[in-house]
Structure formats: structure tokens, C-alpha cells
Design a protein around this ligand. Structure first.
Ligand SMILES: Cc1cc2nc3c(=O)[nH]c(=O)nc-3n(C[C@H](O)[C@H](O)[C@H](O)COP(=O)(O)O)c2cc1C
Length: 176
């Protein structure tokens, strides 16, 4: 398969966090492909310390949204995925590894025309572990709400490149 560069750039620039979803279910074959692609994220030493907990039960979604108020998009999403990471398998990098898998999940969802939003899990690790029956070593790093988008949000503003880029040493700005 070959993709034109401009198509790939447009793909990256058109991803948005989606928080409003159509009620239509996500077909299992698409969900499995999204999860399958998430496994291709880079991880330190290729340890792949992630597990994915698919959440479809509305009661579990409600409890997650009670645990973290910012997780309310989950209530209208046909499916949620909790990305949890084995801190023993990758003690230095587990959060970064799982962030990579989560980002791959958001991009894979976008590729299939699904909407998705990353919802914070790291503030409520113990409550989420208890709810999902995760052992102490598996740290929930992200909750992803997934479904067909029912909104088209504007792009959120980004800091200018020159405000976040330096050459050789912090403080040395790009030449203007
Ligand atoms: C680590 C992390 C935690 C986030 N937590 C939440 C959250 O709890 N609730 C929410 O609605 N969005 C959450 N977001 C989504 C961000 O608000 C969103 O990515 C950001 O505003 C940029 O918008 P965009 O994704 O549409 O470009 C989170 C994103 C990240 C990376």
C-alpha cells in the first residue's frame, strides 16, 4: 500500500478528540483491528507491557465516569478501552510505552472513521484497578472512549513551533 505524503499529513492534522458519539455500535471486527494496530506502537526493549480492557458494560462505564469526572464522554461511547501497563515488565518506561500504544489506538480509530478521546486514568489508579480487577502491577494509564463521531470539533490551538523548539541548547531559538 502506498499513501501520498499529503494524505498522511492531512490524516494527522484532522485527528480530533471526539467526545460525542453516535449510538451505532462499533463492529467487533473494526474494534479488533484498532486493538491489533495498537500493538505496533514502539516500546522500550520491545517489551510491549500493555494490556487492553475492552469496556462495553454501561455499569462499568458509569463507574469509570464516577471515578474520573473528565471521563463522561465514555457514557455516550459504544465502547471504551482501558490501557493498562505492567510496571514490573518495564519499570522505567511503562507509562511512555502505554502512551505510545494509546496514541496508536487514537490514530487507528481515526483511520477507520471512528472518533476517540483519551481520558485520564493516572489520577485514579487504585480505584480503576479495583473496579476492573487489575493486579497492583498493572497500572491503568489511559481510558479511550471510541465510537462513530457525532461532532466535528474545530482544531484546538497549538503553541507556535518557535515557542517550543530550540537548537543545541534550551533557550537557543530557531533563526527567524
Ligand atoms: C494524557 C491525556 C489525558 C487526557 N485526559 C482527558 C480527559 O480526562 N477528558 C477529556 O475530555 N479529554 C482528555 N484528554 C484529551 C485532551 O483534552 C486533548 O487531546 C487536547 O485538548 C487536544 O485536543 P485534540 O486531541 O482534539 O487535538 C487527554 C489527553 C491526554 C493526552
Amino acid at each position: 500500500m502506498s499513501c501520498r505524503t499529503e494524505d498522511l499529513l492531512e490524516f494527522l492534522l484532522t485527528r480530533r478528540s471526539i467526545r460525542q458519539f453516535k449510538p451505532d455500535p462499533v463492529p467487533d471486527e473494526i474494534l479488533l483491528k484498532v486493538l491489533d494496530l495498537s500493538r505496533y506502537a514502539p516500546s522500550a526493549g520491545n517489551r510491549q507491557p500493555w494490556v487492553f480492557i475492552v469496556v462495553k458494560d454501561i455499569e462499568v462505564k458509569k463507574k469509570l465516569a464516577e471515578i474520573h469526572r473528565g471521563a463522561t464522554p465514555l457514557l455516550g461511547a459504544p465502547v471504551g478501552v482501558v490501557v493498562a501497563c505492567d510496571k514490573n515488565a518495564s519499570p522505567v518506561s511503562y507509562q511512555v510505552d502505554c502512551a505510545n500504544a494509546t496514541m496508536y489506538m487514537l490514530l487507528a480509530a481515526h483511520a477507520f472513521g471512528l472518533g476517540a478521546v483519551w481520558l485520564q486514568a493516572l489520577r485514579n489508579v487504585e480505584d480503576i484497578q479495583k473496579l476492573l480487577g487489575l493486579p497492583e502491577s498493572l497500572i491503568p494509564v489511559a481510558i479511550v472512549a471510541l465510537g462513530f463521531p457525532a461532532e466535528k470539533p474545530q482544531a484546538r490551538p497549538r503553541k507556535p513551533l518557535e515557542d517550543v523548539t530550540y537548537i543545541d541548547r534550551y533557550g537557543n531559538k530557531l533563526p527567524t
